[in-house]
Every structure is written in structure tokens, then in C-alpha cells.
Ligand binder design. Sequence first.
Ligand SMILES: [Zn+2]
Length: 97
Amino acid sequence: MQNNDEKQIMSEYWRRQGRQLLAIAVSLFLVILMAVVYKRSDLFGDYSGNTLISAQLVVIISFIAFTALNWRCPACKKYLGSSIKQPVCRHCRTRLR
Ligand SMILES: [Zn+2]
């Protein structure tokens, strides 16, 4: 038997995991895109390497900031760690999925 709290925590965890996967996909896409733009200046025009490196840093820092806010246990609000699939929270032992 699941009570409502558990269901809520699991669906909140599910939403957070979805946002996290989306953020990983978008960040990877942008970083790779900028690397491609840098390598193929013949196709995309000549951006200076510094501009692209700064843009990549912005993407990476935004991703880390987003992860720090989003990737938290729905029950105890502590950071969930580097794995995207957590069966239980390692801080409060709440079942997450
Ligand atoms: Zn927790």
C-alpha cells in the first residue's frame, strides 16, 4: 500500500528527473554545437575562440546552478548526488521510485 505522501514524492522525483534529463540534453547540445561552430568557421562564420569558450562556460555554469536547485530529494531537499537514477534518497532513505 502506498500512501499519498509516497505517491507525491515519487511523482515529484519523476518531474525532477525529467527536468534534469532535459537540462543534460540541452547543455550537451549547446556545448557540442559551439564546438562544431568553432571547428567549422568556414560554414558558420568566424567567431573568436574566446567568445565560444565564454559561451560554453555560461552553459556549463547554468547547468551546474540548475542541477543544484533541481536535483534534490523531494522529501528532505538535500542534493541527490551524481547518479540520475536513485532508488532511495541517501540522506533520508525515502523511496524515490
Ligand atoms: Zn531525502
